[in-house]
Design a protein around this ligand. Structure first.
Ligand SMILES: NC(=O)CC[C@H](N)C(=O)O
Length: 397
């Protein structure tokens, strides 16, 4: 075991295929299970584990040195850690960053979330890449605990986790009540190095946007607000009638965890809103829900896309964008109706990345244009949504 963490209690990660990875417990003690996925981003561990789309997933970070910049209040993408567990190679023993408020280890512990360090994440990633994402579990014990017994328990839990297919988690992680959002992007400046948040610029023509929260990341809301959107964030199960009664200029469907297939309430709402001709934009789970609303099917990918370096081609401009990705399901390109066209494809595996409706003001993207973490190459999709709203005559105006 890694000599770097001699004073940490033992923990074992088990995969459902029977592979055991003994390591050291970081964060909370106890046990957790979920789908084990790997993320190849080099930065942004705090944004990753607080992304609600990771609910019920144990995230392996392939970058080997994690925790060195600590954690802070501003970089959380939601109000809690959503990943079911965290797997790293080396946990940085020192935290050094002017924005750091706490260590990753403490952050996990305070949130009651388990992590495991000292794992050969390259070996683990090769298994997940070759066999596909699979169920797994972490059991974290106390110093002196029998590692074999921990492993046995972890394997039982791993085998008992049913997998992500069929799981509707959007309605689990969504906000309970609607709320307004006015915070725009932030900048780092000032002697204290604290971020300064901008609010919606009232001098620009404002757009009223209703945002469905299926597990929304804050930076999406900020990037929409930055572009003059006054947002009302609504629970996942809000009906189309309620949304349309707000007379929005546009509707946004957020990212979120789980399988899009069982989200029948959201698929029905998206269908009605798109058919009404209200400009609609979806990201990740929102994109999948829009695809299902159009009559297409979704499929489970072998190991999905989780990272911040995924090349995606814009078929309209021919330009390649390096994008952030986090999804395990995808819209099946072979099932698209004739009024929906493919706008973006992944240059890693050719899978479908973006859609636009030919007869309605609607578009959606499988990856994460808000990045956080990741490059901003594809942030122009937010501008396209605003342009769609500008080009669409609102009923009654
Ligand atoms: N980031 C997301 O919205 C993920 C969507 C969906 N849960 C998937 O895994 O494909």
């Amino acid at each position: 075991m890694s000599p770097l963490l001699p004073s940490f209690p033992p923990a074992v990660l088990a995969l459902a295929d029977g592979t055991l990875f003994p390591g050291f417990s970081i964060g909370a003690a106890g046990h957790t299970s979920g789908e084990v996925v790997f993320n190849t981003a080099l930065t942004g561990y705090q944004e990753i584990i607080t992304d609600p789309s990771y609910s019920r997933q144990i995230v392996t970070l392939t970058y080997p040195h994690i925790g060195n910049v600590g954690v802070n209040t501003q970089d959380a993408e939601s109000d809690q850690i959503h990943a079911a567990g965290l797997v790293v190679k080396d946990l940085s023993r020192r935290v050094s960053n002017f924005r750091s408020e706490s260590s990753l280890d403490n952050y996990l512990t305070n949130a009651g979330v388990l992590g495991i360090a000292g794992i050969d994440t390259r070996k683990l990633t090769r298994i997940l890449r070759d066999k596909g994402a699979q169920s797994g579990a972490i059991v974290a014990g106390k110093i002196g605990d029998d590692v074999q017994a921990l492993g046995k328990q972890a394997l039982e839990l791993a085998k008992a986790f049913p997998g992500m297919a069929g799981l509707d988690l959007a309605k689990v992680v969504t906000t309970k009540t609607a709320y307004p959002w006015r915070e725009a992007e932030w900048e780092l400046h000032g002697a204290d190095g604290k971020p300064a948040y901008k609010t919606v610029d009232q001098s620009k023509p404002l757009k009223k946007v209703v945002a469905y929260d299926f597990g929304v990341k804050r930076n999406i809301l900020r990037m929409l607000a930055e572009r003059g959107c006054e947002l009302t964030v609504v629970p996942a199960q809000t009906s189309a009638a309620e949304v349309l009664a707000m007379n929005p200029d546009g509707v946004f469907l957020s990212n979120g965890p789980g399988d899009p297939g069982p989200c029948d309430y959201a698929i029905a709402a998206a269908k009605e809103i798109i058919e009404k001709g209200v400009p609609t934009f979806g990201i990740c789970l929102g994109h999948q829900i829009m695809g299902l609303a159009a009559g297409a099917k979704t499929l489970k990918m072998k190991f999905g896309h989780h990272g911040a370096n995924h090349p995606v081609k814009d078929l309209d401009t021919g330009r390649v964008a390096i994008t952030s990705q986090n999804h395990g399901f995808a819209v099946d390109a072979n099932t698209l109706p004739s009024n929906v066209r493919v706008t973006h494809v992944s240059l890693f595996d050719g899978s479908l990345q973006g859609l636009a409706w030919t007869d309605k003001p609607a578009l959606c993207f499988q990856g994460h244009p808000e990045a956080s973490p990741g490059p901003h190459d594809i942030a122009y999709l937010f501008d396209r949504f605003v342009a769609l709203m500008n080009a669409t005559k609102k009923e009654g105006k």
